[in-house]
Design a protein around this ligand. Structure first.
Ligand code: SF4
Length: 326
């Protein structure tokens, strides 16, 4: 692994599923790779579905702020907003001219989304923009969720096709899944935590709000009375303990739940200690960054300059290879 790239959706509504599933891994990658860890807030992707201009601006800012608050340090990594680096769209156009329509029409995400919205052509072609995002930096490592694997395959195909026709320019990137990328359950116990299901615990949500959700969250359905032994492995509160609590407390909960040594309310209160320990420092940092928005914007501008210096080199090679007049 020499250079990693990841696109960050512009949303400030980030929940603990995002935090434990992806963001912690970004912070780790940043420590390993420094400036070679490239994080791009993908606002051009966000406009492939109908959007409100002010909301988009706010969400792009929030995405930067929240990621910085959880520990992504813009001085250490490369962090910027996609639309500030026009080489992404320029390279996307070049790739589009080389990509058969059928390759895009068979993308599962396109097929799913096309059922829900009237189809804008950007929705069809955005996997090509995603390929350009990655290949503009010749990134070899792409941390992604399972839903993006097909797009990384397409990126590899685009790189292969281009190299075959015009000469070796692009490496074929690899999708990597963080070992500890967890499928965090939603607080309603109905499968994965997701914004669309409204079952999230937000990382910037007030601790009191989080407690009101956890207090009424379902536990092991077979544990009807305090005196019934429970099965922590059938309880989402125990899943949360594994994320937030230290190993000693997690082990205690596992044992005591199974022999009815603790009640569910106490168990949830124990969980809140870890929730507070994890989230309050993040929320404090977010509040501090919110007081100095210019510092966030300046960090993004610097990141865009750094990213652009890399992307420009790739574009020069690409333009030369396909025969554009200088
Ligand atoms: Fe779940 Fe804890 Fe109750 Fe066991 S004691 S069922 S782990 S909330």
């Amino acid at each position: 692994m020499t250079r990693a790239f990841s696109g960050i959706q512009p949303t400030g509504d980030i929940h603990i599923g995002n935090y434990f599933g992806a963001m912690q891994n970004y912070v780790k990658l940043g420590r390993q790779l420094g400036k070679q860890a490239i994080f791009c807030i993908v606002d051009y992707h966000a406009i492939t579905i109908p959007h409100e201009p002010e909301a988009l601006r706010r969400r792009s800012f929030e995405a930067a702020l929240v990621n910085m608050a959880v520990g992504l340090d813009p001085e250490q990594v490369t962090l910027f907003v996609q639309s500030a680096v026009p080489e992404h769209t320029e390279l996307a156009w070049i790739f589009m001219t080389q990509t058969p329509l059928g390759d895009l029409e068979r993308m599962t995400q396109f097929k799913d989304k096309a059922k829900q919205h009237s189809v804008l052509s950007g929705l069809l072609t955005y996997p090509v923009l995603m390929a350009a995002d990655i290949l503009a930096y010749k990134a070899d490592t792409i941390p992604v969720g399972e839903d993006q694997v097909q797009h990384i395959e397409l990126t590899r195909e685009i790189a292969r096709r281009f190299n075959g026709r015009f000469g070796e320019i692009f490496p074929e990137p690899r999708a990597v899944h963080a070992k500890d990328a967890l499928r965090v359950p939603g607080v309603d116990g109905q499968g994965k935590m997701s914004k669309s299901k409204g079952n999230t615990l937000g990382i910037l949500e007030e601790v009191g709000e989080i407690w009101s959700k956890l207090r009424v969250a379902p536990t092991d359905p077979a544990r009807l009375r305090r005196t019934d032994p429970g099965d922590p492995h059938r309880c989402l509160i125990f899943d949360y303990h594994r994320l937030f609590s230290d190993p000693a407390l997690t082990a205690m909960v596992e044992t005591e739940c199974a022999r009815a040594g603790i009640g569910c309310v106490d168990c949830k209160k124990f969980l809140m200690r870890g929730v507070e320990r994890t989230l309050v420092p993040i929320q404090d940092r977010a509040a501090e960054l919110r007081r100095q928005p210019d510092a966030v914007l300046t960090a993004l501008e610097t990141g865009a300059r750094e990213a652009r210096a890399l992307a420009r080199q790739t574009l020069e090679e690409t333009r030369e290879a396909i025969g554009l007049l200088r």
